[in-house]
Design a protein. Structure first.
Ligand code: PLP
Length: 235
């Protein structure tokens, strides 16, 4: 994203997108939060989602999100979710620019975020990214590693640990997706019941354009659709 002039749609294109997002939204159960994933897309598309009531936006590049926030200062009630892999040295910037960090994927990163949060007297919302199937393309806790780290995570008093974030590997059958998301739901319940991570541990973020239906059927509380809302990504 360069500092070029904002990209603006024709009124027709704006209305078309708005109608499409409205139709999508109407088919999603009310209790499921829609985090509209707008990485690589222009800020006006966030406006279109906003126009039909979406207030959660997901981005995976810090600079890109900062530029869009600057363009959308007249929409202050958007909740910004970081969903990309976060390098430790960008943790401070991520806390400055996002309301949620959904992709916390290691104890070291959680510890760093907690320290930074203490220094600024903040209590950011985070999710723990878990990896329930081997996927070399993705980071995240395996279940045994997460069990090992639970007590330490629970001791990070300045993190509001809200739930789990799951990314399904590309190309699974519906049956395998169902199994995966079902395991995620069980793990989420088990962790919530243990209270080790606090009472705010209510969210299960799973479901993207290709698998949100299966994810909702298996108890997702938060879906992260991108292309199904906005069409193909740019760049
Ligand atoms: C890109 C991305 C999405 C959205 O993907 P789509 O296939 O466009 O719906 C959701 N979650 C994460 C973590 C992503 O990186």
């Amino acid at each position: 994203m360069s500092s070029a002039a904002p990209q603006l749609p024709s009124p027709e294109a704006f209305d078309r997108l708005t109608e499409h997002i409205q139709t999508f939204r109407a088919a999603i159960p009310q209790h499921v939060r829609i985090v509209a994933v707008t990485k690589t897309l222009p800020a006006w598309m966030i406006r279109a989602a906003y126009a039909v009531g979406i207030r959660d936006v997901g981005e995976n590049r810090i600079q890109e999100a900062i530029a869009k926030r600057a363009e959308l200062q007249d929409l202050p009630d958007i909740t910004w979710h970081y969903i990309g892999h976060l390098q430790s040295n960008k943790a401070q910037k991520a806390l400055d620019s996002f309301d949620w960090i959904q992709s916390v994927d290691s104890l070291a990163l959680a510890q760093r975020l907690n320290r930074l949060a203490i220094a600024r007297s903040a209590k950011p919302n985070i999710c723990l990214q878990v990896k329930l199937l081997d996927d070399p393309a993705k980071s995240g806790w395996t279940v045994p590693d997460l069990q090992r780290d639970l007590a330490a995570l629970g001791s990070f008093k300045n993190l509001n640990i809200r739930g789990l974030m799951v990314i399904a590997p590309y190309g699974l059958s519906t049956a395998d997706l169902t199994k995966l998301f079902c395991r995620a739901q069980k793990l989420h319940h088990q962790l919530a019941d243990s209270l080790l991570l606090g009472s705010g541990f209510t969210e299960l973020s799973m479901g993207m354009s290709g698998d949100y239906g299966v994810a909702i059927a298996q108890g997702s509380t938060m879906i992260r659709p991108g292309q199904v809302l906005f069409g193909e990504r740019q760049g």
